[in-house]
Design a protein around this ligand. Structure first.
Ligand code: G4P
Length: 285
């Protein structure tokens, strides 16, 4: 499996994030609501240490709503305030910003007590590529800003996005890389388009998708491709071949694999979440 994860790469990202972490009071961790576990960098806990953190389950418009609620509860149980957000279509983020501000209320009160009148909270967004950090920063800014990215020396000239809520957000998101040491995590990231398509063969991603949708969203699969109950009983490679023929692609199962991936990404099969809380608990325990 050719996975593009290099310890050097990860360390560089980690150092850049830690450098900027010193400047902020709260971390806004952004994850893809379809992958609340697989799109989190497992090193984040140790990187941010005990800095206050909130989680945004972004791209909620693409995710299974029931599952988003379950994941929200899951994080809240760990005392991490979690917000379900569709930053692509949301018009304003006022209530979200207000809630984030409340998270650090104790700090504001402390400063007030010490005589600092207008203390402005400072926050930064962190997440793996493609989860929507730039989109969210633009929403916070209320306009299109040029998100700086991880460039060497960037910490020297930070810009802050000012909001109307005594909270400023650093315009440089912390970009971390997913740590794909588990094949399933990699396949899930590939299926949503979070990592380059060249990392996995399309048919491997398609077989994974068929397996997952058969287990969790069989009705969606049946409806999208008019598959009968008996069709779903085929094993995954046979089902892929069956769909290939049904779509008129003869024996070109690569073409069907690509189509399936694109259809799932575009939402042709509907909303879905690829991480199950039980699986994660099993992996952790
Ligand atoms: P990043 O900075 O974390 O790398 O992510 P970025 O904001 O660039 O977003 C990556 C892609 O995800 C973009 O799509 C963006 O529009 C999309 N996106 C971000 N938030 C949401 C959301 O809440 N819902 C949905 N459905 N999509 C979201 P793109 O195809 O790369 O660009 P575009 O065609 O949308 O402009």
């Amino acid at each position: 499996m050719a996975l593009q994860w290099f310890p050097g790469h990860m360390n560089k990202a980690k150092n850049q994030v830690q450098e900027r972490l010193k400047l902020v009071d709260v971390v806004i961790e952004i994850v893809d609501a379809r992958l609340p576990y697989s799109s989190r960098n497992p090193m984040l806990d140790s990187i941010i240490n005990n800095k206050k953190r909130v989680v945004i389950l972004n791209k909620a418009d693409l995710a299974d709503e029931k599952m988003s609620k379950k994941w929200q509860e899951y994080f809240q149980k760990q005392d991490i305030s979690t917000y379900i957000v569709d930053s692509k279509h949301a018009n304003n983020m006022n209530s979200l910003i207000n809630n984030i501000k409340k998270e650090v209320q104790a700090k504001i009160d402390k400063y007030k007590k010490a005589g600092v009148k207008n203390y402005r909270i400072k926050a930064m967004c962190i997440g793996i590529p493609n989860v929507g950090k730039s989109t969210i920063l633009n929403r916070f800014a209320g306009k299109n800003i040029a998100v700086t990215g991880n460039k060497p020396g960037v910490t020297k000239n930070q810009n802050w996005i000012k909001t109307n809520y005594d909270i400023d957000i650093i315009d440089t998101p912390g970009i971390l890389w997913p740590k794909i040491d588990d094949q399933a995590v990699g396949l899930k990231l590939a299926l949503t388009g979070a990592i380059k398509d060249s990392i996995f063969h399309a048919d491997d991603v398609a077989l994974f998708a068929l397996d997952y949708f058969k287990k969790h969203y069989s009705e969606k699969l049946k409806k999208a491709y008019q598959v009968s109950d008996s069709g779903l009983e085929l094993d995954n490679p046979d089902l892929l071949l069956f769909l290939t023929k049904k779509m008129g692609f003869k024996d070109d199962f690569d073409r069907m694999s690509e189509k399936l991936m694109q259809d799932i990404r575009k939402g042709v099969l509907g909303k879905y979440t690829l991480d199950q809380i039980e699986e994660v608990d099993d992996a952790v325990n």
